[in-house]
Design a protein around this ligand. Sequence first.
Ligand code: GLA
Length: 670
Amino acid sequence: MTIWYGGDYNPEQWPREVWDEDVRLMNRGGITLATVGVFSWARLEPRPGEYDFGWLDEVLDLLHANGIRVDLASATASPPPWLAVRHPETLPVTEDGVRLSVGSRQQYCPSSPVYRERARELVTRLVERYAQHPALELWHVNNEYGCHVSRCYCDVSAAAFREWLAAKYGSIDELNRAWGTAFWSQRYDSFEEVMPPRTAPTFRNPTQLLDFDRFSSDELLACYRAEVEVIRARSDVRITTNFMGFFKPVDYWKWAQEVDVVSDDTYPDPADPMSPAYAAMVRDLMRSLGGGAPWLLMEQAPSAVNWRAQNAAKSPGQMRAWSYQSIARGADGVLFFQWRQSAAGSEKFHSGLVPHAGTDTRVWREVEQLGAELGALSERTGDDAIAGTRVPSSVAIALDWDSWWAVEQPASPTTVSYVEVLFAWHRALSSLGLAVDFVRAQDDLSGYRVVVAPAHFVITDAQAANLASFAERGGTLVVGFSSGITDEHLHIRLGGYLGEPLRAALGVWIEEFAPPAAPDLRATGGQAPPPVPLTGELLGDDAFGVVWSEAVRVEDAEILARFGGGALEEWPAVTRRTVGGGRGWYVATLPEHGALRRLVERVVTDAGVDVLPVAASGANVECVRRGRSLFVINHGPDEARIDVDGMDILTGRAAMGLVLPPQGVAIVGS
Ligand code: GLA
């Protein structure tokens, strides 16, 4: 089965004669899939209603003649300037009332009926023309929904928000109740009075903010759906739209149900040593969004990007190593932005598979090498296949967009970065060689032995009941601080945080927050609070908690670690309750990495989960099982020795103890 290899192909940026060289080089590089037309609207419809498809016909035919499949974009990600000139109301407005201009990209209000109509019209033409094209492999709807403009505060959006609210609440009284508008004289007498949360004198209503987050994600999804409807009516080819990892503005759980294949764009910073660990978490999310099905890495950079303050080039072998990381974690394709590095425009300093300097370059040689390898791996079939196989996992982390939106709202006890908290847990678990799935607290969790719910700030009754029953039925539930604080309307769960039934399952409740406070914030320059010592054999010596601490009241649980200083000295920090065959852990702080790793090791071994012994090879060595293969990747700066036997599929050599250079990869068959 094919492991796709390719990238965004923008031939409209180049004269015709370059196209022939493009396909020649694509064949040399082992390219099998090209994403075409992502930013082609202005070229495809130069004037309203006047279409020019001739050039795209030629591009698709040329790719087909050269055996390259096409991921055809719907081209709606960036409307042409004429749309804004004729319909200025299609331009999005910021919360401060600034109307954004043309001359960049993605300048459309997601709620604009005019934008949606023009987009549908273009997509209709495209699908009518290319649905039967023999090169067509995949439809690529829009591009990175919400990347630059994830919400719009204009009058059109305001009207759409009111409609969304009316459908949700049914009456203004219900909205008033849900939003708690008895506070600060915010009561609305009718939906007409309700506004999007535009810039206001001080804190805006928290539930209004949360509903606007939900609404904005839904509005983008409505844009996606409008295009999908057009495509599905005329084509059986699979449809995707490219996600962006942990992207706060868009609730990908909802979206993932509507794509045929999950695809993702990820640009880890080569200069950040934490990038491989963070990227591992992103890949695990993508696999999980599709319910474990293979996904596509739709975009990554061949080397440097151009949008950071400092744009580090990837080190030799890093592009390959990170590509294999995606495959190890379930991807059936590795694609890039973009094929040929642009000569003009805002992205001319973003790397391409064909660099400015041409093919006598390190980047191109690495492109050819990886293409050849993926071509060989694609030949593997049956039990030996890699593409199409699954990544087994018995450990999951609950991820909840409502909690993400809510826990980071202003006027909260402290500033918690939701994704950083998830990352800490994921990193600790994956350092044991565990592939970690992401789930929703309301999902069927019976396939997992361990479920961790960190900072599940917002929790519905159904979610809390499902987590509790997971533990009661023999699972190991780990709940992290800042969980179970509010219901879905952001109303506090009174009578002790956590609320029923988690309180019963875990045998604890939370009396008060006590974020570790710096004695003098000026002394730390207003930076994060200092760590709090933690005591208890479980976490080892010199363990510390960071970010947060809570006063835990124990009703029926063992205390396995305590706060060893600060306002909560001697109070419980980690508790465990044994319920039937299951366990309920509560962790009232974020232990730093070493301590958290010890904690999760205990949690998973208690739960009977096998950790991969080779994972002990070193902090920089990543080990993941996919299907019958073990992927081993050395992300570190030094050579790594890994104690594993088997056949390295990449070299065809028997591996009796692997030695991997920096960025080295081995795929060990069973
Ligand atoms: C995103 C976009 C691409 C390009 C890259 C650059 O992923 O989809 O069009 O701008 O970023 O990194």
